[in-house]
Design a protein around this ligand. Structure first.
Ligand code: ZN
Ligand code: ZN
Length: 484
């Protein structure tokens, strides 16, 4: 899993005297020992993220976690820091690769099986509202994730690659292009057949009812190198220019499909995208890494870039929400060639599966939802009851319901300031098997962020019932944070 970055979580507070020097030593050690490419340091101020103290059982500051394992707690010497990071990062890198394989695979397989079944039997997974979700929902989740952290793109790429390798779509490609994978053909010839198959892939998918993109077109092909354009993709169509590409999942997916079929490592990078100002997405595909060298999948952002991205995030989310409103309620289409709705399988493959990639990724998914929740909450300075009323209003608004994100939402008050949010037919989880894991980390985050913005206080939202836990609905237990 060469693309999966390792995450280092660094917890500090303003009053902590050792935090700044230890943070400097951690950053220095990482760039000295591993280089900055594959390792990301995320710094959290526990004064701003009270919920993390409980979540990570933080006893003293600074507190450093690699993957899931705490490696530094309190003051430490430079040598101790280096040793701790070395052990933690090596451990994390090996266990992550395994988890991605078993965890995310379950979601892909189930999403695919459900899809195939619902196509064959013409029976819906969600009987009351149907199996389609508006593309803006997929875009809101993807953009929220990408805005958090520059390595989110790598994670989406890895997930996409695994979906390509393990999903049902390789079979579809063989149907489209029977000469694919001919054992007597050269790799280059098979590569050409692969591009031809990808060219027709979306049209074929849409005949089945996926609606991931309108169509694709091979614009260049030369000895193991090719360029493909994808038109009206669900992930990117209508997204404002943000100065970077968005479709990491799709790039990973193409690479995974190609590797499954050709048995060779295949490199894919998105060169043009709605996020870069184009009105299509263009991918470079190559059998040799060198052909794509110097043009990395993830943009390397300076600190200023990250801050600028933070600032524009709110504006971006409002644009996406406006696009959704116009499309859902006013009939103004975002995609002209195909529907603005895509099969829930698509959302589950691209977003839900991230939770299972590893627990840290699940946490980031929740953080992404939380940021979205803060922006969509319409009012501030509300009492708890007023905030719950607004939350219920939002969750049951015509926009939410008609966008296919879920059907009914109910809220029941519990003891003190706690309450339970129940959601029917959730697009992120519907149809998934009981795998003993709750799946709707993003939704949980949206509720937290919404309550926080509305009341000015911190809330934690834990999913206690879900398709992934064996129920046929989702329920979130929401509580006021103890420390806030
Ligand atoms: Zn794109
Ligand atoms: Zn759920």
């Amino acid at each position: 899993m060469e693309e999966v970055p390792v995450r280092v979580l660094f917890f500090k507070s303003k009053s902590c005297a050792f935090c700044a020097p230890v943070e400097r030593m951690v950053r220095k050690a990482i760039s000295r020992l591993f280089g900055d490419e594959l390792i990301t340091v995320n710094v959290f101020d526990v004064d701003e993220h009270n919920e993390l103290v409980d979540e990570y059982k933080i006893t003293s500051l600074p507190y450093v976690i690699v993957g899931e394992v705490p490696v530094i707690s309190g003051m430490a010497s430079e040598k101790e820091i280096e040793d701790a990071l070395m052990r933690g990062i090596l451990h994390s890198a090996s266990s992550r690769a395994e988890r991605i394989e078993v965890g995310a695979k379950q979601v892909f397989i189930e999403a695919n099986l459900n899809f195939v079944e619902s196509i064959n039997s013409k029976e819906r997974i969600r009987r009351n509202i149907g199996d389609y979700v508006h593309i803006s929902n997929l875009q809101l989740a993807t953009i929220s994730l990408l805005s958090l952290d520059t390595t989110a793109g790598n994670l989406l790429y890895s997930i996409g690659k695994l979906a390509g390798k393990t999903g049902a779509f390789t079979g579809l490609l063989y149907d489209i292009e029977p000469s694919l994978g001919d054992p007597y053909a050269s790799v280059e010839k098979n590569f050409r057949s692969f591009l031809i198959a990808i060219d027709r892939f979306h049209v074929k998918q849409n005949e089945l009812g996926v609606f991931d993109a309108r169509n694709a077109e091979v614009v260049e092909e030369d000895k193991g190198y090719g360029r493909i354009r994808i038109y009206e993709s669900a992930t990117a169509t209508g997204v404002p220019v943000i100065g970077e590409p968005i479709c990491y999942f799709t790039a990973g997916m193409i690479s995974g499909l190609a590797e499954a079929i050709l048995g060779e490592t295949v490199y894919v990078a998105e060169r043009n995208c709605w996020g870069l100002g184009a009105s299509y997405c263009e991918f470079e595909i190559s059998l040799s890494e060198g052909a794509l060298e110097g043009k990395k999948t993830t943009p390397h952002l300076t600190k200023k870039g990250v801050e600028a991205r933070e600032e524009s995030f709110g504006r971006l989310i409002r644009t996406l929400t406006r696009n959704m409103t116009q499309s859902v309620l006013e009939g103004r289409r975002i995609r002209v060639g195909i529907s603005d709705y895509t099969h829930i399988m698509n959302l589950q493959q691209q977003i839900t599966s991230i939770k299972l990639a590893d627990p840290v990724a699940g946490f980031f998914l929740r953080l992404a939802g939380k940021r979205l929740g803060r922006i969509i909450a319409p009012k501030e300075h509300l009492s708890v009851n007023e905030a719950i009323f607004e939350l219920k209003n939002y969750m049951n608004s015509p926009l939410s319901l008609m966008s296919g994100i879920h059907s009914n939402c109910n809220i029941k008050k519990g003891d003190g300031e706690s309450f339970i949010v129940t959601v029917e037919s959730c697009a992120f989880a519907s149809g998934q098997e009981n795998i003993g894991v709750s799946l709707c980390e993003f939704e949980a985050g949206v509720i937290e962020g919404f309550m926080e913005k509305s009341t000015g206080k911190s809330y934690s939202s834990k999913e206690v019932e879900c398709w992934g836990l064996g129920q046929q609905h989702c329920a979130f237990q929401v509580e006021r944070e103890k420390f806030s």
